[in-house]
Design a protein around this ligand. Structure first.
Ligand SMILES: *Cc1c(COP(=O)(O)O)cnc(C)c1O
Length: 478
């Protein structure tokens, strides 16, 4: 089977997978036990004997897709994972085939240039100075303070990278000597779990994440933040960073960045903004105000595989001063890191990864196909849909909505206990017409919608609610 033949088989299978999903003629979610899937896919035989080719390949792919979760289904509203733009999905294929591991320029000059351009585009959206292109001969530009960034394999890794940059500033000997025991990270209870996880990885321990006071929607309270930090410092702690959400994972609300940044500036503390999900609102004329003050941050994480329609995974770490990111890692691998005359830029100095995919291409293809305006229209559509959904739901007597949505996330509860929410979600998932998630917020369990599929309509949410009610009724004791 030539590459072209394999592509034709795969393209046809994927097109029909997407079409059938969009028509709802197959369930959004359908989970067989693993042992059954292993059997249906004939994994053991294929592993020992090989022979995945021609008709065998076509048959395998059809079965594989039948056993897959359908993000293209309008009932898919579970997670912050994009329904990829078709061209962005093709970017993954191009990257997989050409395999330009572009962390060093010579392994992928075009890929590295595109990543550089995408990072610069993001920097400009934040309000930070883009980096001059190496090789442009603009000596003046090169020495002015400018931003910097890198694309990593996901927001969790991006958060870790940003916190490493923060550590390099507050504890300058940490790379050689280890992390001082008095470093703490200040965050809200609603921060993503990758923040306490990063604290574990950094050797601080999860308990070094100190949860600052928040308002009833889970936003950091800027006034109380000042006292909170001052008290920690008085007790002998050094603040590694304050982490603000833009927006929070559970309910999608934005911290008040300008106020928080002012506190951080006054106290000389690094502000990291976790915009993994919500930074894409920077593109929207109507929603950018949610990120007011973001340019005052010291670092920002922005995922492209959530609201920029890139396939998994692709996340940006961005800083207003590129030197802070360059200080995050010290490394010594003489076969990679040596002074070399080169026309480009090595991202390897800024990453945990050594081999790295051409992630920039995934963002670039969606952006270049839709234009900034096209992506902004998509972001507005999904957020408007969330508002309409919340309005619909909060008009119902047996439904409670957590917060007025600020992004494309809606959390609600159907009349009943936490256990009822979990049981309803379980039954909904088994039926397969809708795939939703749950989240904990204010100490209670909520049903959670991430309205990320551009084909989901308000009507789908009517039907979703009907089904939720049917499952709710079925749960009542006879
Ligand atoms: C999704 C998310 C992350 C984690 O990003 P991954 O790309 O899934 O690793 C971190 N922070 C926030 C706020 C998120 O929404």
């Amino acid at each position: 089977m030539t590459f072209l033949d394999a592509c034709r088989v795969a393209a046809e299978a994927l097109q029909s997978f997407a079409d059938r999903s969009r028509e709802r003629s197959a369930p959004a979610i359908h989970q067989l036990p693993m042992a059954a899937i292993a059997r249906q896919l004939d994994l053991q035989r294929l592993i020992s004997e090989g022979g995945l080719d021609g008709q065998v390949f076509a048959g395998f792919l059809a079965r594989y897709l039948e056993l897959s979760t359908r993000l293209h289904h309008p009932g898919y509203m579970a997670h912050q994972v994009a329904v990829p733009h078709p061209l962005s999905a093709i970017a993954s294929l191009i990257d997989g085939f050409s395999n330009n591991a572009m962390a060093i320029y010579e392994m992928g000059p075009a890929a590295a240039t595109i990543e550089f351009a995408v990072v610069n585009w993001m920097l400009e959206k934040v309000g930070w100075r883009p980096a001059p292109f190496p090789g442009a001969g603009n000596a003046v530009g090169r020495y002015r303070r400018h931003g910097g960034g890198v694309l990593t394999h996901g927001g969790s890794l991006a958060n870790l990278t940003a916190l490493l940059a923060a550590r390099a500033r507050v504890a300058q000997g940490a790379w050689e000597e280890g992390t001082p025991g008095n470093l703490v990270i200040v965050a809200s209870q609603g921060c993503h779990y990758s923040i306490p996880r990063a604290a574990g990885v950094l050797g601080l321990g999860e308990r070094a994440v100190r949860y600052a006071p928040c308002d009833t929607e889970g936003r950091l309270d800027p006034d109380r933040l000042r006292d909170f930090i001052t008290r920690l410092e008085r007790e002998g702690s050094t603040i590694l960073a304050v982490v603000a959400n833009a927006c929070s994972t559970a309910v999608g609300v934005y911290d008040l960045l300008r106020e928080i940044a002012q506190v951080c500036r006054d106290l000389g503390v690094w502000l990291h903004v976790d915009g993994a999900h919500g930074a894409s609102a920077l593109l929207s004329g109507r929603r950018r105000r949610l990120l007011d003050g973001i340019e005052l941050a010291d670092s920002l994480v922005w995922d492209a595989h959530k609201m920029l329609r890139a396939p998994t995974v692709c996340a940006a770490v961005l800083v207003p001063d590129h030197r802070t990111l360059d200080a995050a890692f010290r490394e010594n691998a003489s076969y990679l890191f040596h002074d070399k005359e080169q026309p480009g830029f090595d991202f390897i100095h800024r990453t945990v990864e050594c081999t790295k995919a051409a992630l920039g291409l995934r963002v670039f293809f969606a952006l270049a196909a839709e234009g900034e305006q096209g992506l902004a229209a998509y972001i507005d559509r999904q957020s408007d849909l969330a508002l309409a959904a919340a309005e619909l739901l909060s008009g119902e007597p047996d439904v409670e909505v957590a917060v007025v949505p600020q992004s494309n996330i809606v959390c609600f509860r159907i009349d009943g206990s936490d256990e009822v929410q979990l049981q309803v979600r379980k039954r909904l998932t088994e039926a397969g017409n809708f795939y939703i998630s749950t989240a904990e917020f204010r100490g209670r369990r909520w049903l959670r919608l991430a309205l990320i599929n551009p084909r989901t309509e308000l009507e789908d949410l009517h039907f979703m609610l009907q089904e939720v009610r049917q499952h709710r009724v079925a749960l009542l004791p006879a």
